[in-house]
Design a protein around this ligand. Sequence first.
Ligand SMILES: [Zn+2]
Length: 214
Amino acid sequence: MIAITGTPRSLFEMEFVAGMFACETCGDWRPVDWRTGGTHADWLVHAACPRCASERAYGFRCEIDLIDVEVADLELGGPEPSQILEPFELVREIDRLVPTIASAPELLDRDAWETNHLVVDRVRTALAELEKFLVGDAIPAESHRSAAAHIDRAMRAERYQRAWIRDERAHWEANGSSPPTARSHRSARSTPRRSPLTASGSNRTARAVAGSSW
Ligand SMILES: [Zn+2]
């Protein structure tokens, strides 16, 4: 299990963070059918790699019960910035995903369109979360923790400014609109899957029992 530093705001944020990692065994980076659960302050996102079947698991610490935390569509938490992700990591995720997005999604078949749509949603989510770091028209230097982040900010300062984030959000919002054949899927948003053993909502006793089976 990889332990993640920082407090998650929601199960969605946990799954988003887990999805930023490739499989540690084989490097596969396809979307994964994550399961989430928690025991007291310990929370886990886990899944079997679809390529090599290795168990992948990411552990989080959070004192509050995340099971019933709801967030706005295409966001990972409330208006406060992430305590896990720094702005650079969101920009890096956008950089990773954008080249994989179809330039003409209306030509895709239904399954490929759905997959592409999820990637667009993930980019839009990253942009929404990036925007939360803005103070005025720019993300302040103190929001950047790592050396790589400071370097990226120095080399691509525009990506940490309101104008770029606003324009990108508008672009991907337009791109995320549905082709006529898939309109009924427009509002689909995956809900974090809880382990069946943890599906009893905020019952901490049930989760404590489930935790022993991980
Ligand atoms: Zn793998």
